[in-house]
Design a protein around this ligand. Structure first.
Ligand SMILES: [Zn+2]
Length: 354
């Protein structure tokens, strides 16, 4: 319900024409758009990670819309200079987190058709098949089973998930339980959970994530930038400084080993304050990254008004595939009130998996 109300408000705001009036005042210099997966909508009722995917058609619509607004597409390498530049021309940078296989098969053709630069933040353990996106494993297992034993991930030994409603309800509860587990136990626990249900995680990874050959193919496109997104996708702020360093550096080194270029840009896994705190920003700055992005909602103002290692983004959320919503967000108006801009539960700064 809340989601529908938020969408209605944003669509209505766009329709009033106030967007055009307020944008020169509140619209700042531009924005970074946050995407994850780009693929045709699967034909099934249970899609708890739907917010993390948009269709190729909507991506194309968004890119046409941005161009029509007279905004420039920029690669992240240009971000520091564009933020410092007094030019009034607004810009948009496109980013995709996690390096899903559909980024290559479904999104790349759209980026090429629009000659639009993009950055893919790569979790090296997903490409190496040594880490699991637990939110997808959980979705797939709940999808297929009527009852699951969730004791290994903090749930009950018999969770009834026979209906779509039950699947959603249990998924939401298990996500909260799972997120609260210690970071260094999450990967082994989700592996155990998968094994206990006879679920083939290798097949899931092959179907859904780029391997290094795929990444080399997409990195060869002049429009592509590959950024770092750690080794195993942990909440950095929950790790010791030493462990956080290792997660970031080892992930970046794997990218360099496989693709020949050490990444200059970084995205904090999950990106909200519990996962990306001030301490994490300092680590990323100390490690020499030129830019880093969170999942907090907001547009870019430049002139030192945001930290280059804690940049906000606008989520192209799968629940809101409507350019009128994007138009409202790009105006900056929804972020005017500090109570809104700091509200990490605002759906556009999706709190869960990023
Ligand atoms: Zn991520």
């Amino acid at each position: 319900m809340l989601r529908k109300i938020q969408k209605l408000i944003l669509v209505a705001f766009s329709a009033t024409g106030l967007v055009r009036v307020i944008e020169p005042i509140t619209g700042g210099k531009g924005a970074i758009l946050m995407l994850h997966r780009v693929r045709a909508r699967p034909n099934r009722a249970f899609q708890p990670n739907e917010h993390l995917e948009i269709t190729p058609k909507f991506l194309s619509t968004v890119l046409s819309y941005v161009k029509k607004q007279g905004m420039d597409f920029i690669p992240l390498d240009d971000m520091p200079s564009r933020l410092a530049n007094p030019s009034p021309r607004r810009f948009v940078a496109i980013t995709l987190d996690d390096a899903s296989l559909d980024n290559l098969t479904d999104a790349l053709p759209v980026f090429k058709a629009h000659n639009c630069p993009f950055t893919i933040y790569t979790t090296s353990g997903f490409a190496d098949r040594t880490a699991l996106p637990w939110w997808m494993v959980l979705e797939e297992i709940l999808l297929k089973q009527p009852i699951v034993d969730a004791h290994s991930i903090g749930g009950r030994s018999a969770e009834v998930v026979g209906t779509t409603r039950q699947k959603y309800s249990v998924f939401e509860r298990l996500v909260l339980r799972f997120v609260a587990l210690p970071e260094d136990e999450k990967q082994s626990r989700i592996s155990t959970f998968a094994a206990e249900h006879g679920f083939d995680t290798s097949a899931l990874m092959e179907r859904n994530f780029m391997n290094w050959d795929h990444l080399r193919e997409i990195a060869a496109c002049p429009l592509a930038t590959i950024g770092g997104h750690t080794t195993s996708h942990p909440m950095l702020s929950r790790l010791s400084e030493e462990d956080a360093d290792a997660e970031v550096i080892n992930g970046a080194r794997r990218i360099e080993q496989e693709l020949g270029v050490y990444p200059k840009h970084f995205a904090y896994p999950y990106g909200k304050s519990v996962a990306a705190s001030r301490a994490a920003f300092k680590i990323i700055e100390r490690l020499g990254f030129e830019t880093a992005v969170t999942t907090r909602g907001g547009i870019l103002h430049g002139a030192g008004r945001e930290r280059i290692h804690a940049l906000p983004r606008l989520s192209l959320n799968g629940h809101y595939q409507d350019t009128r919503v994007l138009s409202s967000l790009l105006s900056g108006a929804p972020y005017l009130a500090s109570s809104v801009s700091k509200n990490e539960n605002l759906t556009f700064a999706e709190a869960e998996p990023a």
